[in-house]
Structures are given as structure tokens and as C-alpha cells.
Design a protein around this ligand. Structure first.
Ligand code: B12
Ligand code: SF4
Length: 448
């Protein structure tokens, strides 16, 4: 049985992303493809990033129908639902996976999906394909959600997590047109970037963060395996940059130092960016990142109010954030701060503290978001009695949820404006343009 994998993100149908133009390949799907092909299954990928719904729908309608696997996250829900509808009408079996569907099983099943894979996808998909899509076998397969004969929703126990990530083949980048990604980057930014991951899962419990795929687990690849993948990426695609797309790249210091030693041993060197937590940066880590040519570290900073950070169960202090930014900046690494407005209980004084905090840190880039509750998170539970849904579930996303009693979007725009005015140097006609170019204030495009 042939499997077609796709995601539901179409760059050319997203005007806001077209202003950013920093596309990355869908690593989850590429991992599934390489794993399943290694097991002997026939797998195709329709990479929607540079495609169009029409092209995908024509492909589905022209058939012959087989099994379609769709990756969905909270932003791509609407597209995913349209794809499910088209595929079902054309006679395809439909499997959905990724971080969102398991949060809304009934809705996805009602929308036409045959089965949802909850969590890591490799083993569950392999077993589904081995079952030749025979529903009678599904109750024996871990990590599935589907409807039984009586219409009730059946959820099987979680599938075991893959023990040895090094045994996994690298993402199947050769099955998609990576050059389109690199060309887009180079056209708009002068440099091409490729992403990779060195670990799966995050053990921290920030209460607005979705853990629907990997739970609160953490597994790492060996430094040797990661460095070999980097070596191959450099030889094959020759990018100018890498993005190490882990949740918390510097989580394991011993691993980081071994990774640096292995990169040195192989004489590999390429600028990269990554995300981390302030409490996982110290002198030695910052120094190692600088020696590795890390050009930018994104630090989840969220708020300048310790009270709000604690309410988020963020597990970091304001001082740790300041110290991490200072350590990185002092070694010439740019710092990016993620900040969040409107977390439950945030008052005007907290916003003022956030602005003052950012001013004290002087990051190179700031990225602000108005907090939104993702289904399945403790934050969602906390505000659930006050949630107002704007529009039908099939026509909206978790980002369209409003929280009763919270300030308006216009209010948070003022917070953004205040932040911007505090971070940009005082207007000086001779310096303003240069200053503005030096400090990119990236408003959260989707919320704006
Ligand atoms: C890299 C990344 C991005 C990149 C995506 C680049 C790209 N093309 O991949 C960028 C920066 C663009 C991005 C943007 C956003 N992201 Co993001 N992102 C991530 C991140 C850190 C890593 C993704 C990854 O590569 N994982 C590694 C692979 C191996 O795991 P995976 O993708 O989950 O795939 C596995 C399973 O999900 C499953 N699976 C996947 N697809 C399928 C398909 C089928 C058929 C099946 C059966 C199984 C299956 O099997 C895979 C292998 O085991 C994740 C967090 C995380 N660690 O996963 C967040 C995450 C996916 N992002 C998230 C969010 C919220 C966003 C944004 C909405 C943020 C925003 N404010 O705008 C946007 C949405 C953009 C969009 N239009 O889709 C949330 C999603 C929550 C949810 N419930 O939907 C996550 C989980 C972060 C979090 N913890 O909250 N993101
Ligand atoms: S926000 Fe970052 S550190 Fe916190 S739980 Fe999510 S991935 Fe982990």
C-alpha cells in the first residue's frame, strides 16, 4: 500500500510569511519518510511549502487513491481539514498526525480522518501500514485514535518511544526540492539555511507550551551522528547557515562540549542559530557557542516580571535571562528575546517590567506574541472557563481563542509600541535609519 505524506502549509498562500521568506523543510515528515522507506514501504511526499492546494487536490483527484498522511499543527488546521475533505471524496484513506490532531480527536474524525496518530509517528505509522489499513487490527497498535464500530472514540495506549535515535535514518531531504528552500533564502536574505534536530522532546513544563508529541521526555542523538549529518548537509547543499531547531539546544552541557570537539575533529565550521533557555547558558556554554560560530541565540524570556514567569512555571529568573544575554553578547553572539504579552494575571506593572527588562538586556532582536492557550496545555485548562471561541472550530484556530477579561489587541499593540520606543535609540536624524536596521522589531505577524 503506497503512502503519500503531506503537510498543510502553503507558503504562497500566506502573505505574512511571504514577507519573511525563511522557509524550512518539514522535518517530521522527512523523518517518517526515511524510516518507512527503510522498512520497505513505498512513500511519496507532496511538499506543500512551494506547492498549491489546487496542485495537491488535482494529485489526489487524479489518483489512484491510496493512503494519505497529513501533518497538522494549530496554524495549519484549516488547510488540513480541506485536504482531508478532498482526499476522502477522492477515495483516499486518511491518517493525520503532528502536534494538533490528538488535541481534537472527535473534530478531526468528524471531519473525515480515519485515524489519528498521537505522539511520535514512526512506529504507529509502520504498524498502520502493516495492518493494510484493516480497522480490526488497530486496537492492537499503540498511539492511535479512531472510531469503533459503535461510533465511540477508541484511544489505544501510547506507542513506545524510539529508544535509539541514532538508529533512525536522517530526514529524507533528498525526496523534496531542498534547493527551492535554499534559493528562497538566498534570494531574500543573501544566505541559505538548512535545519536539523539533535534531540526529541523537552523535559521542562512551561505551562503554555504544547507537549502533545513527545510528552515531557527528552532523548538525544549522539554528537557523532549529528556531526555526520551536518557534514553531509554541507557537502550536499552547501548552505551558508544552519538552524539547530531543537527546543533547547544547550540543554545538556556535556553533550554540547562533545559536539564542539567532534566538529573540531572533523574541521567543520558553519554559522548557526538556535533556541535555548537562560538557565542553560553559562560562561563555558556561551564560549563554546561562540567558538562553534553560533551567530544568534534565541532566549525564551517571556516576561520581565518574576511573578508572571513563576505563574508560567517557566523555571528561570529575570537575572538568569540578563546574565545569559550578557554572556552571549559579550562574545559577539546576537541575542533574540521571545516576549509574551497578556499571560493570565499580567497587570500593567508587569508589562512595564517587561519593557524595562528588555531595555536592560538590549537584545539584537525581539519577537513578541500575545499569549494564546493551546489545547492540552495547563494554561488552556487554567483559562478554559473564560475562553471565547471566535467562529466555528472548522473555521478558526487556537490562535483565534479570546480570553474574557483580557485587554484588547490594540492594548497589546501599545505595549509593542512602548517596547519599540524604549529599545530603539532616541531619534537622531543621522542615526535613526542605521539604528532601525540594526534592531529588527518583529511583531508577531499572525497576531497583528
Ligand atoms: C521547527 C518548528 C517550527 C518551524 C517550522 C519549520 C518547518 N517547516 O518544520 C517554524 C519556526 C516555522 C514554526 C512555526 C510555528 N510553530 Co513551531 N515548532 C517547531 C519545533 C521547535 C520543531 C519541529 C520539528 O521539526 N520537530 C521534530 C520532528 C521530528 O517532530 P514532529 O514535527 O513533531 O514530527 C513527529 C510527529 O509529530 C509525527 N508526525 C508528524 N507529521 C506526521 C504526519 C502523520 C501522517 C503522522 C501519522 C505522524 C506525524 O511523527 C514525527 C516523527 O516522530 C516544534 C517543537 C518540537 N520540538 O517538535 C514547534 C511546534 C511544532 N510549533 C508550534 C507552534 C505553535 C508554531 C507556530 C504556531 C508559532 C507561531 N506563534 O506562529 C508557528 C506555525 C507555523 C505554521 N504555519 O505552521 C507548536 C505546535 C503546537 C500545536 N499543538 O499545534 C510546537 C509543538 C511548539 C510547542 N511546543 O508548542 N515552528
Ligand atoms: S517553552 Fe521551551 S523550555 Fe519550556 S517546555 Fe516548551 S520547549 Fe521546553
Amino acid at each position: 500500500m503506497k503512502l503519500l505524506l503531506t503537510h498543510a502549509y502553503f507558503l504562497f498562500e500566506d502573505p505574512k510569511e511571504q514577507q519573511i521568506m525563511k522557509p524550512y523543510a518539514p522535518l517530521g515528515l522527512l523523518y517518517l519518510s526515511s524510516y518507512l522507506r527503510k522498512q520497505g514501504f513505498a512513500v511519496d511526499i507532496y511538499d506543500s511549502t512551494f506547492g498549491s492546494k489546487k496542485e495537491l487536490f488535482d494529485l489526489l483527484r487524479d489518483g489512484p487513491p491510496s493512503t494519505l498522511g497529513i501533518y497538522a499543527n494549530l496554524m495549519t488546521r484549516l488547510n488540513a481539514l480541506e485536504i482531508i475533505k478532498c482526499a476522502r471524496e477522492a477515495g483516499w484513506n486518511v491518517i493525520v498526525g503532528g502536534p494538533e490532531p490528538a488535541n481534537y480527536p472527535e473534530q478531526y474524525l468528524n471531519s473525515g480522518a480515519d485515524v489519528i496518530v498521537a505522539g511520535e509517528g514512526e512506529l504507529a505509522l509502520e504498524n498502520l501500514l502493516r495492518s493494510s489499513f484493516d480497522r480490526n487490527a488497530w486496537s492492537q497498535i499503540g498511539g492511535l485514535i479512531f472510531r469503533g464500530e459503535d461510533g465511540s472514540v477508541i484511544r489505544t495506549p501510547s506507542a513506545p518511544l524510539i529508544k535509539d535515535l541514532d538508529a533512525q535514518p536522517w530526514p529524507d531531504r533528498e525526496r523534496i526540492d531542498m534547493h527551492q528552500y535554499l534559493d528562497t533564502w538566498r534570494t531574500f536574505h543573501g544566505k541559505g539555511s538548512v535545519s536539523l534536530i539533535t534531540a526529541r522532546g523537552c523535559p521542562y513544563r512551561c505551562n503554555w507550551c504544547s507537549h502533545s508529541v513527545y510528552g515531557v521526555t527528552h532523548r538525544r542523538r549522539s554528537p557523532k551522528s549529528v556531526v555526520s549529518e551536518i557534514e553531509w548537509i554541507l557537502e550536499r547543499y552547501n548552505p551558508e547557515l544552519l538552524w539547530l531547531a531543537d527546543d533547547v539546544f544547550t540543554i545538556h552541557h556535556g553533550w554540547l562540549f562533545e559536539f564542539a570537539a567532534e566538529m573540531q575533529r572533523k574541521k567543520l565550521s558553519i554559522p548557526f542559530e538556535c533556541i535555548t533557555r537562560a538557565d542553560r547558558v553559562n560562561e563555558a556554554v556561551a564560549q563554546t557557542l561562540a567558538e562553534l560560530r553560533c551567530f544568534r541565540v534565541w532566549i525564551g524570556s517571556e516576561s520581565g516580571s518574576q511573578r508572571i514567569l513563576d505563574a508560567m512555571q517557566r523555571g528561570v529568573t529575570i537575572q538568569q535571562v540578563r546574565s545569559a544575554v550578557r554572556l552571549c553578547k559579550s562574545r559577539g553572539i546576537q541575542t533574540g528575546m521571545f516576549l509574551m504579552w497578556g499571560y493570565d494575571g499580567e497587570e500593567i506593572e508587569d508589562i512595564e517590567q517587561t519593557v524595562a527588562h528588555a531595555k536592560a538586556c538590549q537584545p539584537d532582536v525581539c519577537f513578541t506574541t500575545i499569549s494564546y492557550p493551546i489545547k492540552g496545555t495547563p494554561y488552556y485548562e487554567r483559562v478554559s472557563s473564560r475562553l471565547v471561541t471566535l467562529g466555528d472550530w472548522t473555521q478558526s484556530t487556537d490562535r483565534d481563542l479570546r480570553i474574557k477579561g483580557r485587554h484588547s489587541r490594540r492594548f497589546y499593540q501599545h505595549a509593542d509600541d512602548l517596547l519599540k520606543s524604549e529599545l530603539l535609540p532616541a531619534p537622531d536624524p543621522a542615526r535613526t535609519l542605521a539604528a532601525r536596521m540594526g534592531l529588527q522589531m518583529t511583531r508577531d505577524e499572525v497576531e497583528a
